[in-house]
Design a protein around this ligand. Structure first.
Ligand SMILES: *Cc1c(COP(=O)(O)O)cnc(C)c1O
Length: 387
């Protein structure tokens, strides 16, 4: 079986310096908030064109932290797509708020700005929830339609989060999502385009006071610069907890791993795009290649095609030694625990149709031409026969 994602080739490429970096942390004893954390945050902010970057425990917590910082809670509505990983929508109930599900564009699988607008209008008309924020997702690695979504957010006075767990590194007209969004969040789960060797996440932002608030929330609401400036303390203000936060620190070892991986990330994004271009070229008009928004560069977390007989294709590929995966077979609004939350008026027909037809093929920067030929031949043989 050829690998669906190949982390071992990447590990071998990074070689001894990666292992040395891990061992250095082990020997230093600075397991929590060691110097690699600040170094990684600076490097990540630089890469993502953001003034500030905060590392945290996971991509899920990266979504929760800004909602907490804005005081979003019960009675508040946060709009997001349903065609995404559950964590996008889970952040809202975790702070007591309600997700409101929005439909997607049929070509890019990303949030449809018109469905968003209609959902906001409907929530306002109903007058039960207060619209507060929007979470756009860079699904499968490509940037959402930020100019259109940011315009809707600005007009309705809503905060905008770019959930770039799958898309960190993607650009639109050369700009990273933070150009339009108030915050960009990402995940370093190992299988994401930029992954670590465990769990981790980050929040990129543009405003220093907001970033400091995230710093406080990440460590149990501890007092930060703005909380202690001009005051004197009897005790170490380190143990002054001025708001309800949580523990969402990233391990120093993960920052050490990510500092190494960041050095080759740009090159890996290029390699992913070469693989995607080759798929598109070789599939020709037999298989519809995934559409990337005009001006967009995807980091290709997934290469996702559509077929009416998905189970048939998956079984055929398996026989040919080609793995595949379905992201996502059940839209979030169809999952029992999320089925009671509001959705855009008219429902989510595109989301439901896509959930029945999508299938993702092997995609990673180290996919060899021979392995890719095997994938292409297997897909073409099946699609050619079955239309
Ligand atoms: C993976 C993922 C997350 C959650 O990240 P974790 O680090 O696993 O918590 C959030 N949103 C999207 C779109 C994801 O793909």
């Amino acid at each position: 079986m050829i690998p669906f994602i190949d982390l071992q080739s990447q590990r071998k490429r990074l070689g001894q310096p990666l292992e040395d970096a891990i061992l250095k942390v082990v020997r230093s004893g600075a397991y929590i908030m060691g110097p690699e954390i600040a170094a990684f945050e600076a490097a990540l902010a630089g890469f993502g064109q953001a003034p500030f970057a905060l590392s945290c425990g996971s991509g899920t917590e990266a979504l929760v932290l800004p909602l907490m910082a804005w005081g979003i809670g019960p009675g508040d509505a946060v709009f997001c797509p349903s065609f995404t990983f559950a964590a996008t929508a889970e952040a809202m109930p975790l702070v007591g708020a309600s997700p409101v599900f929005v439909d997607i564009d049929p070509d890019t699988f990303n949030m449809d700005a018109e469905s968003l607008e209609a959902a906001i209008e409907a929530v306002k008309r109903e007058d039960k929830l207060t619209p507060c924020a929007v979470i756009a997702v860079d699904l499968f690695g490509q940037p959402a339609d930020y100019p259109a979504i940011a315009e809707v957010c600005a007009r309705h006075g809503l905060k905008l989060i770019a959930d770039s767990a799958q898309g960190f590194g993607c650009t639109l007209d050369g700009k990273h999502p933070i150009h339009w969004a108030d915050v960009t969040t990402t995940s370093f789960f190992p299988a994401k385009p930029l992954g670590c060797y465990g769990d981790g996440g980050a929040v990129l932002s543009r405003d220093e006071a907001f970033h400091d608030l995230l710093v406080s929330l990440r460590v149990h609401g501890q007092a930060v610069k703005g909380d202690i400036a001009g005051k004197t303390f009897e005790h170490d203000p380190k143990y002054l907890n001025v708001r309800i936060g949580m523990n969402s620190r990233m391990d120093t070892i993960q920052a050490a791993v990510l500092l190494q991986k960041l050095t080759i990330f740009e090159d890996e994004i290029e390699a992913r795009n070469r693989v995607a271009d080759r798929y598109a070229q070789e599939f020709g008009d037999v298989v519809r290649a995934p559409a990337v928004i005009a001006g967009g560069v995807s980091v290709w977390a997934q290469y996702t095609i559509e077929t009416a007989d998905r189970d048939g294709l998956a079984a055929h590929l398996r026989e040919q030694g080609v793995p595949s995966a379905v992201y996502y077979p059940i839209p979030i609004h169809r999952q029992d625990v999320y089925s009671g939350y509001p959705r855009a008026p008219g429902g989510l027909p595109v989301t439901e149709a896509k959930a029945r037809t999508v299938i993702s093929l092997p995609m990673h920067p180290y996919l060899s031409a021979d392995d890719q030929d095997q994938v292409i031949a297997a897909v073409r043989a099946f699609v050619g026969k079955n239309g």
